[in-house]
Design a protein. Structure first.
Length: 274
């Protein structure tokens, strides 16, 4: 866990460690009965260029759920069932970001009291019922949980989501890992700002990153931000490894695109982390 002393950090979320890891065994995407219709819209600033200079990516959008989405759904019905039985209030929200429509699922704890907000970042498979189920368990502890679809809005028309968008290899995970580091961090920052302006927020904001989301959260914290109180990383490659965008292999084999070597958390070539 990375913690920043500006405000009182999380006190109970550490109990979610075993819970979140246990829920990482598989993923299921949003069920067809749920709607992606926007219930709230906010405008956020565009991302800025970084040292990697990787271009933004646009996914391939289909009119029907992609095969990887369907496979995840079939393998993780337990999460869908648990979500259907949840007593908590949940809804989709939209955030306008650089001409794109980003979407997130928001879970509220039972009751009307103000609460800290936890940003829950999904695995490489995109936003799934497994991640939403983890967020629901966090909301059950008394937190507002915001679970962004980190590739939503990356379609050719600035729309789309995990169900309908794929990358060059034909899956959502190909698109997730193609988004440049700076754009991932900018998207996280936009959701952090959104979280801090929720009417029921106490102002305390924390991040839980699951697998791919763990690496994204680690990189966001490593930028020197003090916009959040603490960051919980549930495994992935941490800085200075580059695991996103056009230079993503640099973090896996310690070699930059110019052939020079550098010290990294990943000392030997290995498969892209999930």
């Amino acid at each position: 866990m990375l913690s920043f002393p500006r405000r009182r950090p999380l006190t109970r979320l550490s109990a979610a460690l075993a819970l979140a890891v246990g829920l990482l065994v598989g993923e299921t995407a949003v069920t067809g009965g749920q709607s992606f219709a926007a219930t709230q819209t906010t405008t956020a600033a565009a991302p800025t260029a970084d040292a990697t200079s990787c271009p933004s990516v646009v996914g391939t959008e289909s009119s029907t759920p992609n095969a990887a989405w369907l496979a995840q759904q079939a393998s993780q019905s337990f999460a869908t069932a648990q979500l259907a039985a949840s007593p908590r209030t949940s809804r989709w929200v939209s955030l306008r970001f650089h001409g794109q429509t980003m979407r997130a699922w928001v879970d509220y704890p039972v009751g009307r009291k103000n609460a800290p907000v936890v940003l829950v970042l999904h695995e490489v498979f995109g936003l799934t019922d497994s991640t939403r189920n983890t967020a629901d368990k966090i909301a059950a502890m008394g937190y507002i949980a915001i679970t962004p679809d980190m590739i939503s809005g990356l379609g050719p028309d600035g729309k789309g989501d995990t169900r309908t968008l794929t990358g060059a290899g034909g899956s959502a995970s190909d698109l997730v890992t193609a988004v440049p580091d700076n754009e991932v961090s900018s998207r996280i920052g936009a959701w952090v700002k959104y979280a801090q302006h929720l009417p029921r927020s106490t102002g305390q904001t924390d991040i839980v990153g699951l697998s791919w989301g763990g690496g994204a959260a680690f990189r966001y914290a490593a930028t020197g931000t003090r916009s959040v109180d603490s960051v919980f990383v549930f495994y992935d490659v941490g800085p200075p490894a580059v695991t996103q965008g056009c230079h993503r292999t640099e973090g896996l084999n310690n070699t930059r695109s110019d052939g020079s070597r550098f010290r990294s958390t990943a000392s030997t070539p290995r498969p892209t982390p999930g």
